[in-house]
Design a protein around this ligand. Sequence first.
Ligand SMILES: *Cc1c(COP(=O)(O)O)cnc(C)c1O
Length: 223
Amino acid sequence: MDVAANLEQIRNTIRQACQKSGRNPDEITIIGVTKYVTIERTRETIDAGIKNLGENRLEGFLEKYNTISDEASWHFIGTLQSRKVKEVIDKVDAVHSLDRHSLAKEINKRAVQPVDCFVQVNVSGEETKHGIKPDDVLEFIQNLERFEKVRIIGLMTMAPHLDDEDRLRTIFRSLASLRDNVNHENLPHAPCKYLSMGMSNDYQIAVEEGATHIRIGSELVGP
Ligand SMILES: *Cc1c(COP(=O)(O)O)cnc(C)c1O
C-alpha cells in the first residue's frame, strides 16, 4: 500500500475517535515512525503529508536525519543511552523517552537550546518496559527543576501489545490523569500538556482517551 492511502485510513480512524470523544482532530499530531523502512519510503511519508518523524535508534535516526533533515521534525522515541545524547540532542525536536535522572542531567549538559521532553511512564508495570513508575512521576519531574535545558512538555507510554480494549483504555486513562496531576502543579519547567500514546495497534483508543501525539509505524509505512 502506498503511504498516502494508509494515511487516509488513519485520518479516518482519528476522525471517528474524535467524534466519539468530542475532540478536534487538529489536536492530534501523527508521528510517522520510520524505523522499519528505507530513506525512499521515508521520503514518501513526508510527501504524503507527514511532517513529524520518529526513530528509536541512534543509527537509524542519523542516517535519515543526515539525508532529509530539513523536511521534517524529528522525535526520538527509543531508549537513549546517556553517552549517545551528544550525537542527537541538538538535532531532535522532542525526546519521548526521558526515563531517568541521569539522562536529564546529560541532556542538560549537552543541549544548546532547551529540549522538549516527554517523561516515559511504565503504566502497565511490565518488567520489560522502560519508564518511571506512575507513583514516582510527580517527584521525578519536580526533581528536574534545576536542569534548565530540559522542558517537560508531556508524558509518554507504550501499552502492552494486546487486544484487550478495556485494559488499554485503563492504561491510557491513567496516563492522562497523571498528566493532569503534573499539570496542576504549574511547574515552570514542566508545562506538561501533551500525551504521547497510541501506536498502530491501539491509537484509536488512545485518541479517544486524549492522546495528542500518536506514534504510528507499521500501519502507516508498512512493517
Ligand atoms: C516502533 C515504535 C512505535 C510504532 O510501532 P507500530 O506498532 O509499528 O506503530 C511507536 N512507539 C515506539 C516507542 C516504538 O518503538
